[in-house]
Design a protein around this ligand. Structure first.
Ligand code: 5GP
Length: 137
């Protein structure tokens, strides 16, 4: 298990602007916010990402996101929020302790992302078929 900054925050070894805490989850301000009020929600247990977390803990984390997101929106006067989460280094996950970003959004705040790719209907069919074939639950 990697000793990450978030694991240190859970253990209170380094400071953080904690805005909510319960027995399983923690919400605190991102140290380098995309917009003011950018909040991170984590499980207290050091799961890396979606590929190793159990269903119950993930449900608790999502429940905290659900409860905290409208409060972050209202506290920042935002019109909406991005709920974003990166899973795996190649997907942009820098801290290997599962987290959801709650990013307040305002009109013309300059935050742009998610360019679209061009792909054919055949490619869409093929990838959908591969995903369906992998599903065994
Ligand atoms: P990721 O790229 O892994 O999805 O996001 C990691 C986030 O953690 C980044 O937005 C980064 O600013 C934030 N972060 C990194 N180190 C610290 C820290 O020590 N304290 C806090 N509060 N946030 C951190």
């Amino acid at each position: 298990m990697e000793d990450t900054v978030f694991w240190k925050i859970v253990r209170k070894e380094i400071p953080a602007q904690v805005v909510y805490e319960d027995d399983e989850t923690l919400a605190f301000l991102d140290i380098a916010p995309v917009t003011l009020g950018h909040t991170l929600v984590i499980p207290k247990k050091p799961f890396v990402n979606i590929f190793d977390i159990d269903q119950e803990t993930l449900a608790r984390v999502i429940e905290t996101v659900r409860k905290v997101a409208p409060i972050v929106r209202d506290a920042t006067g935002a019109l909406g929020v991005h709920i974003n989460s990166n899973h795996g280094e190649e997907a942009g996950q820098v801290v290997p302790h599962l987290h959801f970003h709650i990013i307040p959004r305002h009109v013309r705040d300059g935050f742009e992302f998610w360019p679209k790719i061009d792909c054919s209907e055949e490619e869409m069919d093929a990838v959908a078929e591969k995903i369906r074939a992998g599903i065994s639950f």
